[in-house]
Ligand binder design. Structure first.
Ligand code: DGL
Length: 255
């Protein structure tokens, strides 16, 4: 089987923000997207549960003949990525909140993530970092995209922050850097920026794309046939494809 695709896998639509970054940085590659929307959200699950779900999904994805897998999910990346590597014959990349990068630049950093991811970083007790786990936001973004079927329903979730009590958090301008530590949060970036008024807002997608690019350059395995640039697979393929198309056509929706 020809291993031509780079697979991108998330609990649902969040990884579409990673896919967009990968497409930008690796224009000669073909991608395969798998969203496990039926099991989303992942962010409140146990590590055992996450591992079981992800191993099944990785096996499924490998059946398509992929040359690498990008786990476009911070929650899986910070908990089970090392274990997943045992189950795969191809390189597996993760998406991580770039907290250490923010710490190196100094100042106050706010990490917004799923409860699982936030707990991992809270335990590290990094200097100047406040980690907040949002237990409902990713699920709500997922639910609205699915039930309303259009991205503006997600984009204009001006109530999305109040869902988590964030709008009551009077911290405008307090944090120098805000990190979107869940790939779903890229779709409400504007609301987060408007609320916290932080100079810098980061996510892990750029750093992941850089690592994948390095692999592709080293293996010289780029493909140039751009027909079917992104193949969507799995039970929710149609939904993810239509969300992706809307994201791509709404320029500036994510950046
Ligand atoms: N988008 C994923 C992440 O980056 C998971 C969100 C969820 O399913 O809870 O963590």
């Amino acid at each position: 089987m020809n291993k031509e695709y780079i697979a991108v896998y998330d609990s649902g639509i969040g990884g579409i923000s990673t896919l967009a970054e990968l497409e930008k940085r690796l224009p000669a590659e073909k991608f395969l997207y798998f969203g496990d929307n039926g099991n989303a959200p992942y962010g409140n699950r146990t590590k055992d549960d996450l591992l079981k779900i992800a191993v099944n999904n990785i096996n499924y994805i490998c059946g398509f003949g992929v040359k690498a897998i990008v786990v476009a999910c911070n929650t899986l990346s910070v908990t089970v990525l090392d274990k997943l590597r045992y189950y795969s014959d191809v390189p597996i990349f993760g998406v991580f909140p770039p907290v250490e990068t923010a710490v190196l630049s100094g100042g106050r950093t706010l990490l917004l993530a799923t409860p699982v991811t936030a707990a991992v970083y809270a335990e590290k007790r990094l200097n100047g970092v406040t980690a907040i786990g949002l237990s409902r936001l990713a699920g709500e973004i997922e639910r609205r995209a699915f039930s309303l079927g259009e991205i503006n329903a997600v984009k204009h979730t001006s109530d999305a922050l109040s869902l988590e009590g964030l709008s009551r958090m009077d911290k405008a301008g307090f944090f120098d850097t805000v990190i979107l530590g869940c790939t779903h949060f890229s779709f409400v970036k504007k609301q987060i920026v408007d609320h916290f008024k932080s100079k810098t807002v980061l996510n892990g997608n750029y750093f992941t794309a850089k690592s994948v690019l390095r692999m592709v350059k080293n293996s010289k395995s780029s493909v140039n046939n751009c027909k079917n640039r992104v193949l969507f697979v799995g039970r929710y393929a149609r939904f993810n494809k239509s969300f992706y198309e809307k994201v791509v056509s709404a320029s500036g929706f994510i950046s």
